[in-house]
Ligand binder design. Structure first.
Ligand code: ADP
Ligand code: MG
Length: 253
C-alpha cells in the first residue's frame, strides 16, 4: 500500500501570465483512492489533465508507474483510464456499441455485458447514452475508464449534480474499483464525499497544496489546535433524514 505509483514534483502550469498551478508536489500510493480537493478554479483539473498527458505542463516532474511524463507519455497512456468527454458518446450508438468502439480504439477485446454488469447497467445495454439518468451516465463514464484494464483511473468531479442515492451508489462503485486493485485519483468539492471515500487527500487552493494527509489525520490535527464546532452537532443531518425517508434504493432505473 505504500508503494508510490504517481510522483509529482514542483509542478507548475501557467496560462499566459496566469499561474494556475504554482509548484505542487505530492505522491499517490498504489491501491489508494487519492482525492484532490479544492474550490472551483483551484487547479484540480489542470493538474489531473497534465498527469493524464492531455495538457502540457510549464515545469516540474511527473512520474507515473516509473515512466517519466517527458520521455514516455505513450507508456503512461497505456496504463491509465480517463473519463472521455461526453461529446465522444456518439448519439446514434447504444452502450454496447460504444463499448465496442472504445475497446477497438484501445485494441482490447472486451465483453460489453460483463463491463456493464460491473457498473450495474446490464439492462441498459441497448439504451443510448442520452437516455440515461445522471447517475447512470456517470456509471457508464466510469465503466469506459476501465476498458483498457488500467492501473490508475482519473475521475474529475464524478458526483457533481447527482442526487444523494446516486452519489452513495457511485461511492460504492469507486470503492469496489479500488478494492479490485486499481488506484483512483478523484477530484471533488464535497467534503462529506472525500471523508468517506478517500484514503488520503490533498487540499489545493489557488494552485498550491495547503494540506495533505488522510481525512482522519487532518481532522485530528484541527482538533489538536483546540478547534471546536460552534455548537453541539446533532446525531444526524438533513441528508440522513432524506435518505432515511426515501431509502438507499436508486430511483433512476
Ligand atoms: P479546478 O478544476 O480546480 O476548478 P482548473 O484547473 O480548471 O481548476 O482551473 C484553474 C485555473 O486556471 C482557473 O482560474 C481557470 O480559469 C484557469 N484555466 C483553466 N484552463 C485554462 C485555459 N485553457 N486557459 C486559461 N486559463 C485556464
Ligand atoms: Mg475542474
Amino acid at each position: 500500500m505504500n508503494e508510490i505509483i504517481i510522483s509529482v514534483k514542483d509542478l507548475k502550469k501557467n496560462y499566459g501570465e496566469f499561474e494556475a498551478v504554482k509548484g505542487i508536489s505530492f505522491d499517490v500510493r498504489r491501491g489508494e483512492i487519492f482525492g484532490l480537493l479544492g474550490p472551483n478554479g483551484a487547479g484540480k483539473s489542470t493538474t489531473l489533465e497534465i498527469i493524464e498527458t492531455l495538457r502540457q505542463k510549464t515545469s516540474g516532474e511527473v512520474i507515473v508507474n516509473g515512466f517519466n511524463l517527458d520521455d514516455s507519455p505513450n507508456e503512461i497512456k497505456k496504463i491509465i483510464g480517463v473519463q472521455l468527454q461526453t461529446s465522444g458518446y456518439y448519439p446514434s450508438l447504444n452502450l454496447t456499441e460504444l463499448i465496442h468502439l472504445f475497446a477497438g480504439l484501445y485494441n482490447e477485446i472486451i465483453d460489453p455485458l460483463t463491463l456493464l454488469d460491473s457498473v450495474n447497467l446490464r439492462d441498459k445495454a441497448k439504451a443510448k447514452y442520452k437516455e440515461l439518468s445522471g447517475g447512470q451516465k456517470q456509471r457508464f463514464s466510469i465503466a469506459t475508464t476501465l476498458i483498457n484494464k488500467p492501473k490508475i483511473i482519473f475521475l474529475d468531479e464524478p458526483t457533481t449534480g447527482l442526487d444523494p442515492q446516486a452519489r452513495r451508489n457511485l461511492w460504492e462503485l469507486i470503492k469496489n474499483i479500488r478494492d479490485a486493485g486499481t488506484t483512483v485519483i478523484i477530484t471533488t468539492h464535497y467534503m462529506d464525499e472525500a471523508e468517506v471515500l478517500c484514503d488520503r487527500v490533498a487540499i489545493i487552493d489557488s494552485g498550491k497544496i495547503i494540506a495533505l494527509n488522510s481525512p482522519d489525520k487532518l481532522i485530528d490535527e484541527l482538533v489538536d489546535t483546540g478547534f471546536e464546532r460552534p455548537k453541539e452537532v446533532k446525531k444526524a443531518n438533513l441528508e440522513d433524514v432524506f435518505i432515511n425517508l426515501t431509502g438507499h434504493v436508486l430511483r433512476e432505473d
